[in-house]
Design a protein around this ligand. Sequence first.
Ligand code: PLP
Length: 433
Amino acid sequence: MFVSKNLAVNEKDHLTIGGIDTVELASKYGTPLYVMDEDLIREHCRSFKQSMDRYYGGEGLVCYASKAFCCKAMCKIMMDEGIGLDVVSEGELYTAASVGFPMDKVCFHGNNKTDEELSLAIEHKVGRIIVDNIFELERLNKIALKAGVKANIMYRIKPGIDAHTHDFVRTGQIDSKFGFALETGEAFEAVKKAISLDNINFIGVHCHIGSQIFDIDPFVHAAEVMIGFIEKIKNELNYEIKELNLGGGFGIKYTEEDTPVAYDKYMEKVSEKVKALCGEKNLKLPFILIEPGRSIAAPAGITLYTVGGIKNIPNIRTYVSIDGGMCDNPRYALYKSKYDVVVANKASAPKDNVVTVAGKCCESGDLIGEGMPIQQVEAGDTLAVLATGAYNYSMSSNYNRIPKPAVVMVKDGGSRVVVKRETLDDIIRNDLE
Ligand SMILES: *Cc1c(COP(=O)(O)O)cnc(C)c1O
């Protein structure tokens, strides 16, 4: 009935998440409220890990792309599940370090890392720095020299794969700001350079072809291209690549239209290709990394709002306004992303209404969705937007000086705050007169 399997309806006709009444959560913690289901997050981690064990004999590491949803509690859950972490900034690295995350399991990404960020990565002995360009490589070599260490690096490669997803979330094609291009020879020249540098330990290659991808083929194709590159490096430079990082991007179900493939199937198909090619080409099977973000966090989360004014414009549309908006979920404004909504206090009533859900920010584009099927809705209802566990809290802003909502984690029938609601004093904290 719902897009995520942790959602249900109780005897009061209220929506539940992880068995907990969302209307009660809204009244206990206030709205807007992000709610994450810890049990489902852990289940996703375990299933990715099991696939890694099944198809690569455990010779791999699942790294959660923390940009999807990052806070101390989330880093702790990943640590507890034996999952690694992708970070893309000082802030994400700092969050991981603050809970004592094992730094050998951290991958540091980003297309424009600052010297401060590279130094911090070296200082923390981050396991893998994913180098994006030559400018970065040279600076990193100097920083590592100063620190008297060798930096473990992988290269971000653009494999030239056109994954069928939204333009803004495609990253594998040649016209992308991320990584080294293969087809121009740029990547190969960069590899020569990396292996010539004294304070660089070049361990592997990385690709990430995009996000919210439903087809298996682009992943298989990307793996094929990457193995081809590993072979070229071995044959022409006599250099063995030890690790292959295949990125994330697995699609999830936001609405009934979405039909994600079981993640185990991606793993199976990609591993078959990787193993077959390595066998054929007489290459040692590299250590495999994958980096799911959305698929671990998104289905585990919902956002709860309180419905305010409703504006019915005859023959045009009905606007249902909520007490949040693009400041806590900018994805419709950014990508026209589709979501399902449920009136949480009448969750099983038929969705015989179609509305536009609007936020409270001063932007016409501040919408959560248009043409959204919904129950009969009135002011004071609790509105749940589903599958908001990824790229919502992490993309939130203080636009219009709106404090960020709290994040509540539910687990084993209980709930706890893992990120406090911002206060008005937080809003002016850094202001000086
Ligand atoms: C964003 C990102 C991911 C995660 O992508 P999802 O679509 O959330 O799975 C993984 N790797 C890299 C390098 C990324 O930039």
